[in-house]
Design a protein around this ligand. Structure first.
Ligand SMILES: Cc1cc2nc3c(=O)[nH]c(=O)nc-3n(C[C@H](O)[C@H](O)[C@H](O)COP(=O)(O)OP(=O)(O)OC[C@H]3O[C@@H](n4cnc5c(N)ncnc54)[C@H](O)[C@@H]3O)c2cc1C
Ligand SMILES: C=Cc1c2[nH]c(c1C)Cc1[nH]c(c(CCC(=O)O)c1C)Cc1[nH]c(c(C)c1CCC(=O)O)Cc1[nH]c(c(C)c1C=C)C2
Length: 474
C-alpha cells in the first residue's frame, strides 16, 4: 500500500505524522517524514550547554489559551511530558511587565482596568478614552480585509496603533502593522466593526456567544484553566517537544528521514511521487508542512506556485547575550520597540532569565530586522553589525555596559511568514487550486492558518484528519 509522506519535520510535520498514526494505528499504512535538516524541530531550536544553561533561538513560551492551546496540552499529556512543564502563572512579573520602549524609557503596557483610566506613557490620552472613540468613529463597512494599523487607527486612534499595535505586530511576526492583515490578530474585532459598526457595540451585542475553550478529557488543560497559567515551557527548552514527538514516531513505526530534502513533487489525482537525492517515494497523500517558499519550487503548476510565492517570510536576527550576575533593574518579559523609534533595527528584547531563572546569570535575547531587515542591515546582514546594534540597545535602554560572557548571533532566514492584507483570501485561492486539480495534498504549518506553535500543531492535526477521512474506514 502506498503510504503517506509528510514534508518537513518542524512541529507541524511531526504533529501531523503523530496524529495520523493515532488515527491509523496499523503499520499497514507507512508514514514517512522527510526533513531537510540534520535534526527535527524546524524553528523550535534550543541550545543546551554542558553547564546546563539553556538558550532558546526560536519560540520560548506557549500559551495554554484557546482551543489550540488545549490541543497542545493534550499532546503534552500524550507524550508524557507533564512532569517536565515549566509554568508561568498569571500575575508573574513576566506576564505583568510587557513593556514598550520610547526615548530610551520603558513603559509598562496596561494590565488592569484602572490603568486604562489614567494617562499612561507613551500614550497621550487614557486608553479608556481611546476605547470610547470606537463608539462614535465612523465604520468602514463592506471591507474584506484591512491592515492592522489602519483598522486600529480608525477605531481607537493613531496613538494606540503607533505605540501598541505596531510593536505588538513586531513582537509576534516581526512584521509591519501597516501591511499585516487585521485578520491575523483581530479577526473578531474587525468582524464586530463590519457587522455592528463598532467594536465595543459588537462585543456587547454578541456577549456570551463565544464559548470558553473546552478542555475535553485533558486533565492538564483543566489544570491550566484552574491555576490560571499564562504561558509554559519545558525543561531542556521547547526543543524537548519535537524531540519527544520524534521518539514517539520512531516507537510507532513512523520513519523520520533526516538530511533528506524533497526536491520535486509530482501530484496526480490518484497519488504522488516525491523525489529526493536518495530516490523516489510513492504516496497516496502528501502533507506539506514546509514553509510556502519551500513548497513553491517543488511544484510546477502556476495556479499553485503563484499564491505560495506571495506568502513571503521575513528574516530575523536572534542575538543571545549571556552575562554573569543579575543585571536587570526591572523584572519582566521584555520590551518591544515601536517602528517610529530609532533603534538600529532592533525589534525587541526578551528577559529570558526573568521568566525562567538560570542560576546567577542574566540571559537576554535581542531580536532584530524582520520586515525592516534590508533597510537596516542590507540584503546580507553582517553578524558583527547586528551584534553591535544589539549591544548598543541594551546599553542605552537597560544600562548594561558589562561584556557578555557568551554571545550567539543567528540570522534566521525567512523564519516568520507575513500574513499581509488579503492573506485569508490568498490561502483560500491556494486551497481551491489544489482541490480543483484533485491533488492529494494537504497544507499545514505556519504559512497558512496561524504562526504560533499551537497553531502549527493544530494545523498538523487537521491535515492528518483530512488524510484519514479520505482514506476511508480505518
Ligand atoms: C524567532 C522566533 C520566535 C518565535 N517565538 C514564538 C513563541 O514565543 N511562541 C510561539 O508559539 N511561536 C513562536 N514562534 C513561531 C513558531 O516557532 C513557528 O511558527 C513554528 O515553529 C513553525 O513550525 P512549522 O513546523 O510550521 O515550520 P518550520 O519550523 O519552518 O518547519 C519546516 C521544516 O521543513 C524543513 N524543510 C524545508 N524545506 C524542506 C524540503 N524541501 N524537504 C524536507 N524538509 C524541508 C525545514 O528544515 C524545517 O525543519 C517563533 C518563531 C521564530 C522564528
Ligand atoms: C521582537 C520579535 C519577536 C518576539 N517574539 C516573536 C518575535 C517575532 C515571535 C512570537 N512571540 C510570540 C509568538 C506566538 C504568538 C501566539 O499567538 O501565541 C510569536 C510567533 C508570543 C508573544 N510575544 C509577545 C506577545 C505579546 C506574544 C503573544 C501572546 C503571549 O505569549 O502572551 C511579546 C514580545 N515578543 C517579543 C518581545 C521582546 C516581546 C515583549 C513584550 C519578541
Amino acid at each position: 500500500m502506498a503510504g503517506v509522506v509528510v514534508l518537513g519535520g518542524g512541529v507541524a510535520g511531526l504533529a501531523a505524522a503523530h496524529y495520523l498514526r493515532q488515527l491509523r494505528p496499523s503499520s499497514a499504512l507507512p508514514i514517512t517524514v522527510l526533513e531537510a535538516a540534520s535534526s527535527v524541530g524546524g524553528w523550535v531550536n534550543t541550545t543546551r550547554h554542558v553547564d546546563g544553561t539553556v538558550w532558546e533561538h526560536g519560540p520560548r513560551t506557549v500559551r495554554p489559551a484557546g482551543q489550540q492551546g488545549v490541543n497542545t496540552l493534550q499532546l503534552v499529556e500524550e507524550l508524557q511530558l507533564q512532569d517536565r512543564l515549566k509554568i508561568i502563572p498569571a500575575g508573574h512579573p513576566a506576564t505583568l511587565n510587557r513593556m514598550i520602549m520610547t526615548g530610551g524609557q520603558l513603559h509598562r503596557l496596561p494590565t488592569s482596568l484602572w490603568s486604562t483610566l489614567r494617562p499612561l506613557k507613551p500614550f497621550h490620552r487614557p486608553l479608556a478614552l481611546a476605547a470610547l472613540r470606537d463608539l462614535w468613529a465612523p465604520a468602514e463597512r463592506g471591507l474584506q480585509d484591512d491592515s492592522l494599523f489602519a483598522f486600529v487607527s480608525r477605531r481607537f486612534g493613531a496613538d494606540i496603533a503607533q505605540f501598541a499595535v505596531d510593536p505588538l505586530v513586531r513582537g509576534i511576526c516581526a512584521g509591519d502593522a501597516r501591511q499585516i492583515s487585521v485578520r491575523f490578530l483581530m479577526d473578531s474585532l474587525f468582524e464586530h466593526e463590519q457587522r455592528h459598526g463598532s467594536v465595543l457595540w459588537g462585543m456587547w451585542k454578541e456577549r456570551g456567544r463565544t464559548a470558553p475553550p473546552d478542555p475535553g478529557d485533558s486533565e492538564l488543560a483543566r489544570r491550566a484553566q484552574k491555576e490560571r497559567w499564562s504561558v509554559w515551557s519545558l525543561e531542556g527548552g521547547l526543543r524537548t517537544l519535537p524531540e519527544a514527538l520524534a521518539e514517539r514516531l520512531a516507537a510507532d513505526g513512523v520513519s523520520v528521514r533526516l538530511d533528506c530534502p524533497a526536491t520535486e513533487l509530482r501530484l496526480r489525482p490518484d497519488g504522488a511521487t516525491v523525489h529526493t537525492a536518495a530516490g523516489e517515494l510513492h504516496a497516496s497523500h502528501i502533507i506539506s508542512a514546509l514553509p510556502a517558499h519551500g513548497l513553491a519550487p517543488l511544484v510546477t503548476d502556476r495556479a499553485v506556485t503563484e499564491p505560495l510565492e506571495q506568502i513571503e517570510s521575513v528574516t530575523v536576527a536572534v542575538i543571545t547575550l549571556e552575562y554573569a550576575g543579575q543585571l536587570l533593574r526591572q523584572p519582566g518579559f521584555g520590551y518591544l520597540i515601536p517602528s517610529c523609534e530609532p533603534a538600529g533595527g532592533v525589534l525587541g528584547v526578551i528577559f529570558d532569565t526573568c521568566s525562567f531563572p538560570q542560576g546567577d546569570r542574566t540571559i537576554l535575547t535581542v531580536m532584530s530586522g524582520g520586515a525592516e531587515m534590508e533597510r537596516w542591515y542590507g540584503a546580507r546582514p553582517d553578524r558583527e553589525q547586528v551584534l553591535r546594534a544589539a549591544l548598543d540597545e541594551v546599553r542605552r535602554t537597560l544600562g548594561i555596559t558589562a561584556e557578555p560572557s557568551r554571545v550567539c548571533v543567528q540570522i534566521q532566514e525567512r523564519c516568520i511568514p507575513q500574513y499581509r492584507v488579503g492573506h485569508k483570501a490568498l490561502v483560500a485561492r491556494l486551497r481551491d487550486a489544489v482541490r480543483e486539480r484533485q491533488w492529494p495534498l494537504l497544507l499545514a504549518g505556519a504559512a497558512y492558518d496561524g504562526v504560533s506553535v499551537n497553531d502549527c500543531i493544530l494545523s498538523g492535526r487537521r491535515a492528518a484528519e483530512a488524510v484519514s477521512a479520505s482514506l476511508g474506514e480505518a
